[in-house]
Structure formats: structure tokens, C-alpha cells
Design a protein around this ligand. Sequence first.
Ligand SMILES: Cc1cc2nc3c(=O)[nH]c(=O)nc-3n(C[C@H](O)[C@H](O)[C@H](O)COP(=O)(O)OP(=O)(O)OC[C@H]3O[C@@H](n4cnc5c(N)ncnc54)[C@H](O)[C@@H]3O)c2cc1C
Length: 425
Amino acid sequence: MAEHAPAESPLSASILVVGGGMSGMTAAIEASEVGHEVILLEKGPSLGGAVARMNQYFPKLCPPFCGVEINYKRLRTNKNVRVMTLAEVDSISGSPGNYQVQIKVNPRFVNEKCTACGECAKVCELERDNDHNWGMDKTKAVYLPHKMAYPMRYVVDPAFAGDQKMKVCAEACEYGAIELDQKPRTVSAKVGSIVWATGWVPYDATKMENLGFGRIPNVITNVMMERVASEDGPTGGKILRPSDKTEIKSIAFVQCAGSRDDNHLPYCSAVCCMASMKQATYVREQYPEAEIHVFYIDIRSPGRLEDFYMKMQKDEKMYFRRGKVAKITEENNGDVTLEAEDTLTGKMQKATVNLAVLATGMVPATAAVKPPISVETDDYGFLLQKDGAPVIGAGTTVRPLEVSATVQDGTGAALKGIIAAGGGH
Ligand SMILES: Cc1cc2nc3c(=O)[nH]c(=O)nc-3n(C[C@H](O)[C@H](O)[C@H](O)COP(=O)(O)OP(=O)(O)OC[C@H]3O[C@@H](n4cnc5c(N)ncnc54)[C@H](O)[C@@H]3O)c2cc1C
């Protein structure tokens, strides 16, 4: 089925999957490849989720293309999945085996004739913050979501669709692909089961005033670091400190920034230690002599990931420093000083570095936006898995996970979805 085919109400499918990250794509693909019809909804303009924003992913340090592109390929040739981007669930009624769902589809303002040639963006005078790069740079107001976008199609930022200057972009398209008069529409669907895979968002680092994020330019977060190191990131992949775009000689990773902390996120997000060690490899590749400090409470590298940790410990300029960072202050030259308390001895220690990276944790998207039907969550917003629950949680909607566990979880959710839809007998 062509992706983003015009959806005529009412649609019908065995399974509705909400969220187009690794867990949602996996659930949709696995269920469809054994013959079930699936609708896959993504609220953004492209599938891929957080993984599409990584530079590389552990444990193999492969680029996100590896996993994401395989899923895209399986989707492209799959007649059983209808992919709908810029789409969200408005309402759900009914019970397992028989749900009625209202889906809101927001306008892309670019139709399927788009070839992603980019001529529209070349003439576009309007700019917007690049959300893919966490606002660290700009894109044109008509833009490709990212280089691995699925569908590979431009989108117009809705804030600019009515701007007179956008008409120039529409006129530059020789395929007639830009339609600035598109309106939101509502599509009804009848489905047998619902998989909820809306993933995670980073914990808001501005809530930790002591760590200076948002106030001190050379304090960034781990998700920003992924983009800084990416070739399509704000500095073309060169790791530079934001305040003056200079090369770095020293960097500090602040583990558990807000995590395992009753004032913020009391739980461990399971991936941050590995994410920082992975990001240390980005630094080492570009700066063989840089000092890398990792301030930690304890390093969590379960199972085979311990090998990665052991390898990093052999780096002579990588300093694992036991201590919870209590405060970050800015020096006159833009450097940052970290003060940390050793959680065993109570001793204070300090380090001054060019750049600090806060390893912030994962917050489930369901903490802010729950499925529009009665569901149970834990205190932090993760979906609770209960027999007969109206939606089946998958991936980081249920708990913090790394990609491989997310994929396994998506496969499990596909099976549960098939059974709940009545197709598993
Ligand atoms: C700094 C950092 C680095 C990491 N690095 C690695 C790594 O190297 N290796 C690794 O294995 N793991 C890594 N992870 C973990 C990895 O990001 C997750 O395992 C993975 O993103 C989980 O996929 P998901 O599908 O559950 O969620 P997501 O990737 O968050 O995907 C959810 C999707 O749902 C969409 N969505 C949200 N709300 C709605 C809605 N209401 N309606 C429709 N769609 C919606 C979102 O737009 C998104 O596309 C890292 C995590 C962090 C914090």
C-alpha cells in the first residue's frame, strides 16, 4: 500500500499502531507480514522516532540507517500497512475486537507528487527553528524533515502556510506538489486492536537550575550531542562548543542529570550510561587528545554492554569520576566548572572543562498525552500492561529501553495485537 495514500473514511484494519518509532514500526511490520492489515500513525512528518536523530547507536555504533532503513524497506513493499504521517488519534470507543477511532490528519501542504528535489526550499525566504536538531539551527519553512525521511517528501511548517512569501515556493515546484490550501481532516477507522507506541521525550533539563542548562551556552544535553556529532547536525558533524564554535580540549558527561532523583525522575532510564560512553567515542574520534570526564553515581552497563564499558576504561584520557554533580557554573572564558560530591566518601571534587553534556533521562510521551480511552499508567506516565487493557503498550511507552529491547517489545506487541483483534485463534 502506498505510504500516506489519501485516506477515505471509514478505514478498517485489524490493528492500529500509534507511533512510528522503532517499536511502532516493528509492531506494524511484524503483524502485517503475517497477513494482518495495519494502520500505522505518526504525529510527525516522518517515521523513525528518536533513532532517526542519533548519530550512531550502541552497541555496534552503526548509523541509524542500519535499523531504520531496513524497516522502511519492509514498509515500502508491504501491501498490508497504511502509513499515515501528521496523524493523531482524536477519540477511541468500543472494546477489544471492535474499536471505532477518529484520526485527525494535519495538512502537509505538499502532495504525493513531490520528488524531494528541493527547488521549493532553494527559493524560500522564510526560516524556522530546526526541531530535528533541537532548535540549534534553522531550516527553510518548506523542508525535508531529515535526510532519512519516510515518506521522502517535503513539508510546509503550518505557521508559514498562510505567508504570502510561501507562494513563491509553490510556484517554484514544477510538479504542482505544494498545496497551501490543504486543511486538517478527520478520518474514521474501525480496528480490532490498538498498539500504543508513542515513545519518549527527554526530561526537561531547564528544571535543574543548578546545572545551568538554557542559561550557560556550553551546557548541552545528550540528545543535542547526538545532533552535534551528526553530519547533518548544526555544525556538519564537528563537535564544537556552542558559545564560540571552537574545538574542544575537554568535556564532561553528567550522568543521572535529573535521574534517580526524587525531585525529578526517580527512576533510571537504563540507556544514559551507555549513551554517554557512546558519545565519548564520538569525541575521541575527532579529538585524540581531549580529556573526557564522566561523573557518575554508578555505571549501568548490563549484560554484554559491559564489554563496551571495559573498552572505554582502557582510554587513558577518559576519567570515570564517582560523584553526583551538584552545580555547574560558567567561567569568564565560557568554560564550565562542575562540582560533584562523591556519593561514597562525601568528598567534593571539581573539574573545569570546555563543554558539559547532561545525560538526561527518558520521559514517556504518555506522561503528557495519554490514549483517549481509560488506561492505567504508573506514577511517571508509563503505560501499565494489564490483561484486557484497551491499548497494548510497546517500547519506551512502557519502560525505558534501548533499541534492541524496543524491537523485541514491538514484536511482542504485534502478537498481542493479533490476538486481541481476534486473529490469533
Ligand atoms: C541520549 C540517548 C541516546 C540513545 N542512544 C541509544 C543507542 O545508541 N542505542 C540504543 O539501543 N538505544 C539508544 N537510546 C534509546 C532509544 O532512543 C530508544 O530505545 C528508542 O527511541 C525507543 O523507540 P520507541 O519506538 O519506543 O520510541 P520513539 O523513538 O520515541 O518513537 C515514538 C514515535 O511516536 C511518535 N508519537 C509520539 N506521540 C504520538 C502521538 N500522540 N500520536 C502519533 N505518534 C506519536 C513520535 O513522534 C515518534 O516518532 C538512546 C536514548 C537516549 C536518551
